[in-house]
Design a protein around this ligand. Structure first.
Ligand code: NDP
Length: 500
């Protein structure tokens, strides 16, 4: 085994690694070099049933474990995650292709932050219900109860972060989880399960099943599952929500976007360009909230583009563990094909002006990683609203610049999409910023900023971009159901069925 390869990856339930009974496996590869990293067991339907039964068994005691004891275990897991940050970040870099400079400063940390946040929230009364006095001798109390066994289904772009953003509120609220990572980036699954176990989580509270969409689909129809928390594409989200509806499961849907970033005429151009670059090229553009439709006043177009072009050289593609690299490959061969086809379409069919990049790998790419799934950061300009590259989520490093004449026009065009994940404005006029944000149809918005998503901030899409939110105080509500009880101490029933 070479030093970048991992042992075969099993499933995880009953508090231990389990070999799948299917006898089938798939390979996960390092997208920077296209070399195999590990073989991963594919869960059979009976393996999935075992994981669900394990979670059901654990639910009866975990849901009754006193909140301080639950919180202590979650905080212990936070401590282990932080201690092992660089080791886990390296695994994420190999599995996803994201630069280590990014995974070591964002992915594990922002996941651990959310776990810490929910441990703190429940300790501070975040699962308290409410009491309403109706009359002197009668009141209603409403309690928050956990849902049961929940399924988490993750996308490949922020693997351990997504696993933590789902499992943190789920477990904090007293539920148990069966988690399915994306088959493109499965390596974090066992790492997280083992950390939870080391932290003291009882067997069966967090379980992992591996496989492709059919394994996810099995979870969405499983009678033992009470809720599905899904992160992925809109098209898959529709299938998942439809299938979960068959047995009236709760759902949270964190889906795709095509978000507008509006540069207002008075914006600090330096900051607007930096924001637009972050909103398109961070994580090689594989971020759901990317601001891929960049609206620039027609009068500023040339200044904006010159400044942008002068900064594109700061995007450094290279060996992903190199500290100076801040730009990696696309996450898989399949995704590479998709993104390159969009870029070709932009050039050949949409006929947008290619300002920078294109379908080839970055020119300066080190020969040691030339076999990977690399595409250059790409900027199209002179784009129009009807172009395919402007309308559809590419989920890659492709910026579209659109010009506008009036702010009202920019807002109208920004909203002219079935998606509504994120939006943002760059301006020095803070009153105007709030007015425009108020008119933008999106669940996650920024003013003079882009991409930061702290544990305290509830995030979720509007329109086709999703249902419900993750994180923040509101995020816990997605993992509980309410029970209301009316108490009457009057001693008499106010019945209408009395003798006349
Ligand atoms: P997919 O929708 O392709 O897959 C997401 C997950 O669903 C994977 O684990 C996948 O399995 C699984 N899956 C596939 N088919 C089914 C099915 N029928 N039933 C149940 N599960 C299924 O998304 P991607 O992995 O390509 O992720 C990229 C997308 O995720 C982008 O659209 C992006 O915007 C969105 N996203 C949204 C976020 C948000 O918070 N709003 C955050 C991050 C990403 P497998 O891949 O193993 O086949």
């Amino acid at each position: 085994m070479d030093k970048t390869a991992f042992p075969p990856q099993g499933l995880y339930y009953d508090g231990a690694v389990q070999r799948a009974t299917s006898g089938k496996t798939f390979q996960t590869v390092d997208p920077a070099t296209a070399s195999a990293l590990a073989s991963v067991d594919i869960a059979s339907s009976s393996d999935i049933d075992h994981a669900v039964v394990s979670a059901q068994r654990a639910f009866s005691s975990w849901s009754k474990t006193p909140i301080p004891a639950r919180a202590r275990i979650l905080l212990k897991a936070v401590e282990i995650l932080r201690l092992r940050n660089d080791e886990i970040a390296r695994i994420e870099t190999l599995d996803t292709g994201k630069a280590f400079s990014e995974t070591s400063t964002v992915d594990v940390i922002t996941g651990a932050d959310v776990l810490e946040y929910y441990a703190g929230l429940i300790s501070g009364g975040g699962l308290n219900g409410e009491t309403t006095q109706l009359r002197e001798d009668a009141w209603v109390y409403t309690k928050k109860a956990p849902l049961g066994v929940c399924a988490g289904i993750g996308a490949w772009n922020y693997p351990i972060q997504i696993a933590l953003w789902k499992s943190a509120p789920c477990l904090a609220a007293g539920n148990t989880m069966v988690y399915k990572p994306s088959e493109f980036t499965p390596l974090h699954g066992l790492v997280l399960a083992q950390i939870y176990t080391e932290a003291g989580l009882p067997p069966g509270v967090f379980n992992v099943v591996h496989g492709a969409g059919d394994v996810g689909a099995h979870l969405t129809t499983h009678p033992g599952i009470a809720k599905v928390s899904f992160t992925g594409q809109v098209a898959t989200g529709k299938k998942v929500a439809g299938s979960a509806a068959g047995s009236m499961k709760y759902v949270t849907m964190e889906l795709g976007g095509k978000s507008p970033l509006i540069v207002l005429p008075d914006a600090d151009l330096e900051s607007a360009v930096d924001g637009a670059m972050l909103a398109n090229f961070f994580s090689t553009g594989q971020v759901c909230t990317n601001g891929t439709r960049v609206f620039v006043p027609a009068t500023l177009k040339s200044d904006f583009e010159s400044l942008l072009l002068s900064k594109m050289k700061y995007i450094r593609a290279g060996p992903t563990m190199d500290a100076n690299t801040n730009y990696g490959p696309l996450s898989s061969a399949t995704h590479y094909e998709k993104v390159v086809n969009y870029i070709r379409h932009g050039i050949e069919q949409d006929r947008a002006t290619l300002l920078y990049g294109g379908p080839d790998p970055p020119a300066s790419l080190d020969s040691s990683v030339r076999n990977g799934y690399w595409v250059a950061p790409t900027v199209f300009t002179d784009c129009t609203d009807n172009m395919k590259i402007v309308q559809e989520e590419i989920f890659g490093p492709v910026m579209s610049i659109l010009t506008y004449d009036t702010v009202d026009e920019a807002v109208r065009r920004a909203n002219d999409t079935p998606l509504g994940l994120a939006a943002g404005v760059f301006t020095r006029d803070i009153n105007l910023a709030h007015r425009i944000i108020d008119r933008l149809d999106a669940g996650i918005t920024w003013i003079n900023s882009w991409g930061e998503s702290p544990a305290e901030m509830p995030v979720g899409g509007w329109k086709m971009s999703g249902l419900g939110v993750e994180n923040g105080r509101r995020g816990i509500e997605a993992w509980v159901r309410n029970k209301s009880t009316l108490v009457d101490m009057g001693g008499k029933i106010a019945t209408v069925f009395t003798k006349l």
